[in-house]
Design a protein around this ligand. Structure first.
Ligand code: ZN
Length: 123
């Protein structure tokens, strides 16, 4: 079963690129190759996206109110994003622009999905 559409696939691609940029500069030194630590972080991030209760409607992770990452992995991904975030625009402009557009859309999205979630819980 594959119900994942563009949005989630793009989010996964973005996370992979960000971890690759970080790992290349700090650990493996090999283009496109992740060290085992970063590979684990990527698998973890991937699994979080797969389990996201919002599915296709999901906001970008930074703006999400749920914060499903464990404290440890959250720290790691924050460090990766701090390094790779500003570099994404040069290296992968399409993914980066898409991410910026999504983040801007979160402002409208979050109250809507929250309202829907609360409604569901009450049923
Ligand atoms: Zn690494």
């Amino acid at each position: 079963m594959n119900t994942q559409k563009g949005q989630i696939l793009r989010e996964k691609a973005t996370i992979l690129k960000m971890i690759q940029l970080y790992c290349e500069a700090h650990h493996s030194g090999i283009h496109g190759k992740l060290c085992s630590d970063c590979e684990q972080l990527y698998f973890y991030a991937n699994a979080r996206i797969n389990n996201c209760i919002y599915g296709e409607e999901k906001p970008t992770c930074q703006n999400c109110i749920i914060h499903c990452y464990s404290a440890n992995n959250r720290e790691k991904i924050k460090i990766v994003m701090r390094y790779s975030g500003p570099r994404m625009i040069y290296k992968f402009p399409i993914l980066a622009i898409n991410h910026i557009i999504n983040k801007a859309a979160d402002k409208k999205k979050i109250p809507k999905i929250e309202a829907a979630r609360i409604k569901k819980m009450k049923k």
